[in-house]
Design a binder for this molecule. Structure first.
Ligand SMILES: Cc1cc2nc3c(=O)[nH]c(=O)nc-3n(C[C@H](O)[C@H](O)[C@H](O)COP(=O)(O)OP(=O)(O)OC[C@H]3O[C@@H](n4cnc5c(N)ncnc54)[C@H](O)[C@@H]3O)c2cc1C
Length: 584
């Protein structure tokens, strides 16, 4: 249906299900839906450019191809890695279904690296152990260091085969929720600047992470937390946003990721004295301890003056490995390091520093990826979330390497399955009156604003303050600084003006919209972190250095209210593994 209006022709589309995001989570959800439901995927990027394509290291699944392994061991490692904040029922589902998910991907055409006898090859990864913590196990299934790329290609091909409708470079700017039922989304078409209404029985948010709020990050430009911010603005709480993972090995100053697979293949971290310092901090797992710990210890080495040349980085050393291992098992990162640093990892150590990598928190969901809106896990009919934007809480306070790909695939698939049956049962809900009103008003405000505030200046300040004061190490004082700064930046954002007025490919406009999301999410992160007076996983408070299970073994839920952010809490589901001290 087309209606002529001030915005040119306003299009309304109708589908059973609309998936927002074409990363691994969105594509698998769409694939699952496509058999029975009329399905559209809306993506602000061309699908195969989604960040899933950047995943290098692999997918964790207890196939046991290299040595004995069990999904229960995987579950234990995940819970311990998450510093006991994971919901253990969700972890059990994930680790059990990981195995079948990997085989399904294989059968759908993913070219995994192989063992000599032709089985899927597996390598060790941080925090993954045998027999509940007795030393590393090889669990990560990989396709060289291009695992994510292969996942995207495989799933995209299958979606095309199944006639999923793709709307590429459609930027979703609002979520239609009325009377507690989700009714669709509004999207801005990058090519011609028109707004489109997508009416649907089910919406699945699979929009990925929000690492662009930090100065040094491994995350692609598009990771601005859109889905999280849109849901939050429409009354959905955000869970556990204070837990943001810093990956220990980003290329110095650039943040580009060097996969943990490099340490899985035998790489080690060294300080200015050439010491393998992780031996001191984690005698069993050493360089394969979980990321939160390694990032913190790198920070400590640097602060105690043992950074290389007194600077804020350490070395990742692969030089003792055979050149062939480096070239064949880690070809892409070897190429990055040669290209961006002019360093040859075969002969020279690589300068690295922690880089903002992954948001453990997100839109709260249940085991079927239905979005839930309160402490009692009440679902919001018609709305689903899966992948990095969601928080079913399988990662708790710190995610293990390879577990995000598992999460996006297992829960992307579950979202698709549940939504497929849901759309069979319900009628298409009516649209709200003037569904585009809010999106239109916001865009018109940004375009009309002639204010002198430049979005780029605000963005740079946001990213600086988040890196310095809400990063690897925090204190009440540093978080207070962040909160004050964000107050100021939000005021300035209200006066921001977009100079580019063009209808076609107005990326300046969309970047400004995205900046609004980042500011909002940064505030949720800082306030949730300020309230949590303990240290757990990736949330490390120097003023409260210990974990406090008596008071803080609970999930944060942050709501947007007229009076500002309201924090509530909900219990953690503990089934098999009672909280213990975390040693590696
Ligand atoms: C460099 C790097 C390496 C990694 N390596 C690994 C690894 O080896 N193993 C592992 O387990 N994890 C890894 N991770 C993490 C993992 O890759 C991600 O968490 C995961 O791929 C996220 O998938 P997703 O489907 O949730 O979202 P993404 O793949 O990020 O996709 C998000 C999608 O949402 C769309 N989108 C966003 N906003 C909008 C909007 N407003 N409107 C329309 N569309 C929108 C985008 O176009 C995109 O299609 C890595 C991450 C990085 C950054």
């Amino acid at each position: 249906m087309a209606v002529a209006g001030r915005w040119g022709t306003e299009m309304t589309h109708q589908f059973d299900a609309v998936v927002v995001g074409a990363g691994g989570a969105g594509l698998w959800a769409a694939l699952e839906l496509s058999g029975t439901a009329n399905t559209a995927v809306l993506s602000k990027l061309y699908p195969t450019r989604s960040h899933t394509g950047a995943a290098q290291g692999g997918i964790g699944a207890a196939l046991g191809n290299m040595e004995e392994d069990h999904w229960e061991w995987h579950a234990f490692d995940t819970v311990k890695g998450g510093d006991y904040l994971c919901d253990q029922d969700a972890v059990e589902v994930m680790c059990r279904e990981a195995i079948d998910t990997v085989y399904e991907l294989e059968h759908r055409g993913l070219p995994f690296s192989r063992t000599e006898d032709g089985r899927i090859a597996q390598r060790p990864f941080g925090g993954h152990s045998r027999e509940f913590g007795k030393g590393p196990v090889r669990r990560s299934c990989y396709a060289a260091d291009r695992t994510g790329h292969m996942i995207l290609q495989t799933l995209y091909q299958q979606c095309i085969k199944n006639q999923v409708r793709f709307f590429d470079e459609f930027h979703v700017v609002d979520l239609l929720i009325e009377e507690n039922v989700c009714r669709g989304v509004i999207a801005y078409c990058l090519a011609d600047g028109t707004l489109h209404t997508f009416r649907a029985k089910a919406v699945i948010l699979a929009t990925g992470g929000c690492g662009r709020m930090f100065r040094i990050t491994s995350n692609a430009y598009a990771l601005t937390g859109d889905g999280m911010a849109l849901a939050y603005r429409r009354g959905v709480p955000l869970e556990d946003m204070e837990f943001f993972q810093f990956h220990p090995t980003g290329i110095y100053k650039m943040g580009i990721l060097i996969t943990e697979g490099a340490r899985g293949e035998g790489g080690v971290l060294r300080n200015a004295r050439g010491e393998r310092f992780m031996e001191r901090y984690a005698p069993t797992m050493k360089d394969l301890a979980p990321r939160d710990m390694i990032s913190r210890f790198i920070y400590r080495e640097i602060r105690e003056g043992r950074g290389i040349d007194g600077q804020d980085y350490v070395h990742l050393d692969l030089t003792h490995l055979p050149a062939e291992t480096i070239e064949t098992r880690l070809p892409d990162i070897t190429d990055f390091v040669r290209t961006y640093l002019g360093v040859d990892p075969v002969w020279q150590p690589i300068p690295v520093q922690p880089t903002a990598h992954y948001v453990m928190g997100g839109i709260p969901t249940d085991l079927d990826a239905r979005v839930v809106i309160d402490e009692k896990n009440t679902p919001l009919p018609g709305l689903y979330a899966a992948g990095e934007c969601a928080c079913v809480s399988v990662h708790g306070a710190n995610r293990l390497g390879t577990n995000s790909l598992v999460d996006i695939l297992v829960f992307g698939r579950r979202a698709g399955k549940h939504a497929a049956s849901y759309v069979r049962e319900v009628e298409l809900p009516p649209l709200p009156r003037d569904p585009q009103a809010r999106a239109r008003a916001e865009i018109e405000r940004l375009l009309a604003n002639t204010g002198d505030e430049r979005p780029i200046a605000i963005r740079d300040e946001l990213r600086r303050v988040m890196m310095e004061d809400a990063g690897v190490v925090r204190t009440g004082e540093s978080l207070q600084r962040v909160i004050e700064k964000l107050g100021e930046l939000k005021e300035r954002y209200a006066r921001v003006g977009v100079r580019d007025q063009s209808k076609q490919f107005n990326t300046a406009l969309l970047e400004t919209v995205e900046l609004g999301y980042l500011l909002e999410l940064a505030e949720v992160l800082a306030k949730s972190a300020f309230a949590r007076e303990e240290s757990r996983g990736a949330h490390y408070r120097e003023d409260f250095p210990n974990r406090n299970d008596t008071e803080w073994l609970r999930h944060t839920l942050a709501y947007r209210t007229e009076k500002g952010i309201e924090l509530r809490y909900k219990p953690v589901t503990v089934t098999t593994f009672p909280p213990q001290e975390r040693k590696y």
